[in-house]
Design a protein around this ligand. Structure first.
Ligand code: HEM
Length: 246
């Protein structure tokens, strides 16, 4: 059993909730997502900020992709941990339920303050949507990296496919049609475009989710459950009364 009580006062109890891998994932993910957004926005507005050369354009994509690998590794570890972690890290314990969300919202409107050790029912929905969108961004980013700048894990297969008859696939360079079979390049193009569009709109959607997430956490911290922000650092939550998911 992962839950352990570490402190007991007459007013409140402190519980160990978020395990170390969950906390480490959260903060590394935050840093990497911010870095990816920063480089991604520079890529989007490069002309406006005076970046015009092809080498610089490709360099930005390579930088974004290398940070993207770290993001992908961190996310994959977290997804795997979702099967092995403590009950607050596991996916099985964190799936949102419409009935529970309605009940929670009704209780809040009635002036009650239900307490949870793990995520509250609305928080579970937020976490699921964020995890799904991060996974979509990871998958489309990797496809785009493979089809646009021929980076792993799909780049080698793409260059093998588009190399003209008798051309060494490793000689094919991004944004250079030398040695490329144009008909095969045209076959790849719709997949590349689709991945790019989904990647971009998912990134915009994620930015919106981040704003909502931060607003939700601040409101919860101030009105309902003081200490939830520090809990993502310490792993411990201090709760007054009996948590509903004890
Ligand atoms: C939360 C994570 C991420 C965010 C917020 C993000 C954001 C962005 C943004 C805003 C762009 C510019 C889109 C454009 O120029 O059309 C972009 C492009 C790109 N991203 Fe990401 N990205 C993320 C993760 C990744 C990952 C994990 C990879 C792969 C390892 C990746 C690979 C790429 C590539 C190759 C492009 C260039 C697309 C192009 O301009 O043709 N991204 N990303």
């Amino acid at each position: 059993m992962s839950l352990s009580m570490t402190e007991d006062t007459s007013q409140s109890k402190t519980y160990r909730v978020w395990d170390r891998p969950t906390r480490v994932f959260h903060w590394i993910n935050l840093l990497l997502v911010l870095s990816l957004m920063f480089v991604g926005l520079i890529m989007l507005f490069k002309s406006e900020i005076g970046i015009t050369g092809l080498a610089a354009k490709i360099g930005l994509k390579e930088l974004h992709t290398v940070i993207g690998y770290l993001f992908a590794i961190n996310l994959i570890i977290r997804l795997v941990w979702g099967f092995f972690g403590n009950r607050f890290a596991k996916f099985t314990g964190n799936l949102p339920k419409i009935g529970a969300i309605k009940q929670y919202q009704t209780a809040l409107r009635a002036g009650e303050n239900p307490q949870y050790l793990g995520h509250n029912p609305t928080g579970k929905l937020a976490v699921l949507v964020i995890m799904l969108i991060l996974t979509v961004i990871m998958a489309t980013g990797l496809i785009r990296a493979g089809t646009d700048i021929y980076y792993p894990p799909f780049g080698a297969a793409v260059t093998q496919y588009i190399a003209a008859e008798g051309v060494d696939a490793t000689s094919i360079k991004p944004y250079d049609k030398t040695g490329v079979d144009k008909a095969k390049l045209a076959v790849i193009k719709p997949y590349k475009s689709l991945a790019g569009t989904v990647h971009l709109y998912s990134a915009y959607f994620l930015m919106l989710l981040i704003v909502l997430h931060i607003a939700g956490v601040i409101i919860a911290e101030l009105r309902h459950q003081p200490g939830i922000i520090s809990a993502m650092f310490s792993g411990k939550k201090r709760i007054v009364g009996t948590p509903l998911d004890k």
